[in-house]
Design a protein around this ligand. Sequence first.
Ligand code: MSP
Length: 625
Amino acid sequence: MSRFYVTTPIYYVNDEPHIGHAYTTILADVVARFHRALGDETYFLTGTDEHGQKVQQAAEKRGVSPQQHVDEYVVRFQEKWDALNIQYDQFIRTTQDNHKSVVSFLLQKLWDKGLIYKDTYEGWYSVAEERFLTDKEYEEGEWRDVKRLSESNYWFKMSAYQEDLINYIHDNPDFIQPAFRKNEVLGFLRQELGDLCISRPKARLNWGIELPFDNEYVTYVWFDALTNYISAIGYPNQDETFKQWWPVDFHLIGKDILTTHAVYWPTMLMAADLPLPKTIFAHGWWLMGDAKMSKSLGNVVRPLDLANEYGVDALRYFLMREMTPGQDASFTMDGFISRYNSDLANDLGNMVNRITKLLGRNFDFILPDPGETMPVDSDLVQHVAALREKVASELDQMRVNYAITHVFDVLREINRYLEETAPWKLLKTDKDRAGAVLYNAAEALRLSAVHLYPVMPEKISQLLEVMGTSAKSRFSEDGWFEWGHNKPGTKLGKTDGLFPRIEVQEVPEEAPEKLDIKDEISFDDFMKMDIRVAKIIKAEKHPNADKLLKLQVDLGAEQRQVIAGIAEHYSPENLVGKSVSIVANLKPAKIRGELSQGMILAADDGKVVSPLIPLKDVDPGSKVR
Ligand code: MSP
């Protein structure tokens, strides 16, 4: 029997759990569930990082003790993980006694081995980052809240392990994944590796684990936090528990905490004479559109909000399907809904409905006999049989998204099989064969769906119940990954839709207003109009009306006076010299006491009024046709 140990980072207890935390935790849950389903002995560890300056400050602000603060805040993570159906084996908190004593033990061990020394350091200290900056960082970065500090501290001789670590990374290609992250770490290790400051003077910070060899200091949070991966499983007791689980199979982390995991942690383990993790896997970030999701940007998606609205499994599915582990992924509501509708409502949900309806109507919800196997049946069986290996090998590399695609490929095969065999037609000619086909389709569906169980435990449990697999014995039974596990005669359940479509309220586009056009006129009617180009030679305000201008225009052979209603849009001086078009044969009229011999043509969209002007210079009096 294989053993499988997987961890998530332990999250800062002060943080509000968000989709970034949820992603890693669900990923770990999915692979842990898959290994459990395969019968592997599995251990899944998650938890919270509860020491450090930020916790101390947050507690002070709330006027409570740091312990009370973390006790109250940790619940937020635990509740979210329960709500998201996370089946961890342990939730570790760095304020637990057993963890604290392991950190002390480890420090003492390194101290006794001469691997920790005290030294004074003077440099630029970032209060926000709670650490000294290198001179280069200080010069190149833009830092707030930086001060010059001289401090005596304890240092771990990390530099002593630089060569060993480089060699280890080269010799163990699976150690850091994906491969491009390995190169990033090797790049980092090309510079000289310094020693690691592992203490903070109590004068500055006292919410931490006291150094066993100097009670004026507490332990640097990362040294404390990383140790959780071994304290949780019983280190330093070299009894069965620790040996059984260590070295860990997968540390799942986000790319921003790669150095601490792939440099600090392995050197700490080397110093403690412990084997290194088998794989450190760094995934990318969830972005909102293009921006990293972060508290300060205020664009954090609350996973529970989505889960409440669309179901926990819909969220789990989306997160697992949408991110290619290692790369960044974008979260958008449109993406979420279209994934759900196309994969879950359409491909999977419709298939369940189709098969159970045919079986219900024609076989009274009793699984028929598979009868004799035809070549087309064997093809389907083979597709399904290949699935487990494919899914397992993707999951060995944390490629849950590809594992999911393999399942959907088989669903498409089932569709093809149904189209080819057409049981709805066979029902009229050969009911036994129709039954056999439906048995095969149902069994193929059950077996494909089983592979999605780790991703959507609730929904797939319901689906399996519909397919007639009894809920209680389901996963402890041998053979649930095997073809033929579901026997003829099994009573099927009913469903009124496992994945109801998410109906998106389309905002109706405003229909363009219908063109309100006057009655048709004949060509002759049109030809009765005489439109001419007129050059404005003088413009002034109408003496009796604010909205009107009095214009003198040149029509080549004669000059005329025209009254135009454009005073609100144009001032007289801007019009002089412009050529416009006028209806020249309009019967002259007196407008507010002034003669108008023609009318200027202007376009008017309700906002802008613009006289129609010729694009090129044409002589005044030219005809407009
Ligand atoms: N406490 C440390 C880890 C110590 S492990 C020994 C820590 N905690 S954290 O709460 O800030 O972050 C935990 C994880 O969340 C990191 O792996 C980080 O990459 C991940 N994420 C934070 N924001 C994220 C996204 N927007 N997307 C994906 N993961 C992100 O670091």
